[in-house]
Design a protein around this ligand. Structure first.
Ligand SMILES: Nc1ncnc2c1ncn2[C@@H]1O[C@H](COP(=O)(O)OP(=O)(O)OP(=O)(O)O)[C@@H](O)[C@H]1O
Length: 209
């Protein structure tokens, strides 16, 4: 049942202090944007959806993905992908291996290679496979990080201000790429941003905290 990502009265706490409460339905292939003041708990909410809350925080409320309660699932079983402001590529792996890391385990070698080559071509980085991630520009690294998460075939995607360090042209390009892919694949996307242009480009409902 593909009914998307649903946050049902989710409340996030730091110690005893409640940071936020959110109700949201993110339909497959659409983007819901979450905006709010700095420190209001948006990133912490995304950690809760990932199943990865830091010590000192807790949350209440139900999160379901395609009708399935994520509460009892380990983070890696949730099939939720996340992109952060910083691309966080593995420094000890080359670009191709970073991309291949996202692929489902056990797929044949030739298939993995082809998927990586296709992904590099899609982000105009053909030939960059053997490169050390440290030699990439910020925008190139952002594109690799985005493709890595898409190759992992997530059932939902969380975006934590992933465009905010990019210049305007690249920002638009990467934004269009991620929203376009999510729409085509029917992936629900929850976007955290401070940028009104991001919210507008997302084209979906905006929740203001
Ligand atoms: N590692 C941490 N240790 C202690 N407190 C933290 C930590 N990370 C965040 N906080 C606190 O938790 C609260 C929520 O932070 P969070 O990052 O979720 O907010 P946010 O809405 O995403 O903010 P921003 O828009 O600035 O990214 C804030 O009060 C913040 O100071």
């Amino acid at each position: 049942m593909a009914d998307g990502l649903r946050l049902d009265r989710v409340r996030v706490f730091q110690g005893r202090r409640r940071l936020l409460e959110v109700d949201a339905t993110v339909l497959p292939g659409t983007v819901v944007t979450l905006m709010g003041p700095s420190g209001s708990g948006k990133s912490t909410l995304l950690s809760y959806v990932m199943g990865d809350l830091a010590p000192g925080f807790h949350a209440e409320g139900r999160v379901t993905l395609d009708g399935r309660d994520l509460g009892g699932l380990a983070p890696e079983a949730r099939r939720v992908g996340i992109l952060y402001q910083d691309p966080l590529l593995f420094p000890h792996l080359d670009v191709a291996a970073n991309l291949a890391f996202g692929l489902p385990p056990g797929s044949p070698r030739a298939e993995r290679r082809a998927a990586v080559d296709r992904a590099l071509a899609d982000i105009s980085l053909s030939g960059f496979g053997p490169r050390d991630p440290a030699t990439l520009s910020g925008g190139q690294a952002a594109r690799v990080a985005l493709m890595r998460v898409l190759l992992s075939a997530p059932r939902a995607l969380l975006l934590d201000e992933p465009f905010s360090k990019l210049d305007t042209g690249l920002r638009r390009q990467i934004r269009d790429l991620v929203f376009g892919r999510a729409r085509a694949a029917g992936i629900p996307v929850l976007l955290v941003t401070h940028d009104e242009a991001d919210a507008e480009a997302a084209g979906g409902p905006v929740i203001r905290l």
